[in-house]
Design a binder for this molecule. Structure first.
Ligand code: ADP
Length: 161
């Protein structure tokens, strides 16, 4: 049976830290579906469609990676795709408590699906979408932090506002 992992997140927008996790995950699992979640409690900069499109462009060279979107429960989505694994990245200790809570709840909902964590690559340990947005808003250079397509999209977005 093919090993399928779901890599869920907001990806608002996708950063090099996300891409590192997706890329490494794609080496371990037969197939990775990156699922863009519409998190109602966050006020996103990019629409779900824009986030999906940017991810598609940024992962175009990864053959076993596909991009999708979802607005329901992660565990329902994972089950509907017959995924065995949820793949998440861990940066600092601050991520740990949040991830522990979510993972415990997800296990209660479906104990057949395991959550796997990958430690961030050291160079991305302080990289988050929020930080990228914060500095891009002030026109700072983000070319080391995100793929070129995202950099262009951020420049356009902040020119409009
Ligand atoms: P969420 O809102 O679900 O936290 P994010 O888009 O912020 O969604 O993150 C999606 C996943 O990618 C999470 O598992 C997060 O920990 C991981 N991630 C985000 N940035 C990095 C990074 N720089 N290095 C490793 N993992 C990361």
């Amino acid at each position: 049976m093919a090993r399928l992992a779901i890599c869920p997140g907001s990806f608002d927008p996708v950063t090099n830290g996300h891409l590192d996790i997706i890329h490494r995950g794609a080496k371990v699992f037969d197939e990775v579906i990156v699922a863009v979640f519409n998190n109602q409690s966050k006020q996103p900069l990019f629409s779900v469609e824009e986030r999906v499109h940017l991810l598609q462009l940024a992962t175009a060279d990864m053959d076993n990676v596909t991009i999708d979107s979802c607005s329901g429960l992660l565990m329902d989505y994972a089950q509907s795709k017959n995924a065995q694994v949820v793949l998440r990245g861990l940066r600092a200790v601050t991520d740990f408590e949040y991830e522990l809570q979510i993972t415990s709840m997800n296990r209660k909902l479906n104990e057949e699906i395991e959550t796997f964590f990958m430690m961030t690559n050291n160079q991305y340990s302080f990289l988050s979408s929020s930080m990228v947005k914060e500095i891009a808003k002030y026109r700072a250079n983000v070319s080391d932090l995100v793929p070129a397509v995202v950099e262009e999209a951020l420049i356009k977005k902040y020119q409009q506002s």
